[in-house]
Design a binder for this molecule. Structure first.
Ligand SMILES: Nc1ncnc2c1ncn2[C@@H]1O[C@H](COP(=O)(O)OP(=O)(O)OP(=O)(O)O)[C@@H](O)[C@H]1O
Ligand SMILES: [Mg+2]
Length: 235
């Protein structure tokens, strides 16, 4: 496997508050990597830095061994997409229109049509509701729409911020299956979760964060079998 994304010694601040402290991690092509940790660990901040929504103060982020572009849209163009915390779908736009936003930087019409078919095959429910306003979907459907919108950018890396938040356990399981499926078609996944159990079940590797630092790295198996660690950091 080759290193697709690497984060080296990254620190980031909100004014004077340090939210990421010397964070180093990497993701290989084809992996599902989870970043786990309690409230305030810095997980969302890490994703904001990776999507260039937030400036880093120290360190560097490399994609394919080259510096990650500085503009958010260039990050998307270079193949990294974020499915943000709280879905952030457009309530007053239809499902179809929401999906179009996901591919607004693309010009390859044939590819876009192909991806729309693929997304509808993956989420038949969204096809059924194509003309419905996003705001009328259930929480689970809105999360599926947020993932589908991300896929419309045809990402190489999909980053998701707490996709399981507020969803019923059965919907969470379905969503994790879908992420596994997306990964099996070649998309690398970076998953940020508080729902450690469900995330561990589909992940290859895990980084554990606590108050802005990476405190542990390991295979999903290793981390899951460490009861004391799970209790200490993941409740
Ligand atoms: N906009 C902000 N302004 C100031 N401080 C912030 C801001 N957003 C986050 N922080 C602080 O930065 C730290 C990391 O927050 P972050 O949102 O990255 O954590 P998280 O791991 O995503 O937590 P959660 O699981 O609750 O989503 C916390 O101490 C938080 O209070
Ligand atoms: Mg968060």
């Amino acid at each position: 496997m080759s290193e697709l994304l690497s984060v080296k010694g990254v620190s980031a601040y909100y004014g004077g508050i340090c939210a990421l402290r010397d964070v180093t991690l990497h993701i290989d092509a084809g992996e599902i990597v989870s970043v786990l940790g309690a409230n305030g660990a810095g997980k969302s901040t890490l994703l904001k830095c990776l999507s260039r929504e937030m400036k880093i103060r120290q360190g560097e982020i490399l994609l394919d061994g080259k510096p990650l572009p500085n503009k958010s849209y260039s990050v998307v163009e270079s193949g990294m997409v974020i499915v943000p915390e709280g879905r952030q779908i457009f309530a007053k736009l239809t499902v179809w229109e929401n999906l179009q936003i996901g591919c607004c930087l693309r010009r390859d019409r044939a590819g876009i049509a192909e991806d729309l078919e693929r997304v509808y095959a993956l989420f038949p429910r969204l096809k059924e509701r194509e003309k419905q306003y996003g705001g009328l979907l259930s929480g689970g459907e809105q999360q599926m729409l947020a993932i589908a919108r991300g896929l419309m950018a045809r990402p190489r890396i999909m980053m998701l911020d707490e996709p399981s938040l507020g969803l019923a356990p059965i919907i969470v399981s379905q969503m994790m299956d879908i992420l596994k499926n997306i990964n099996s078609t070649g998309t690398t996944i970076l998953l940020v979760e508080q729902n450690a159990k469900k995330a561990l079940a589909i992940s290859d590797r895990v980084y554990l964060m606590n108050v802005g630092r990476v405190v542990r790295e390991g295979s999903a198996q290793e981390i899951a079998s460490d009861g004391a660690l799970m209790d200490a950091y993941l409740g």
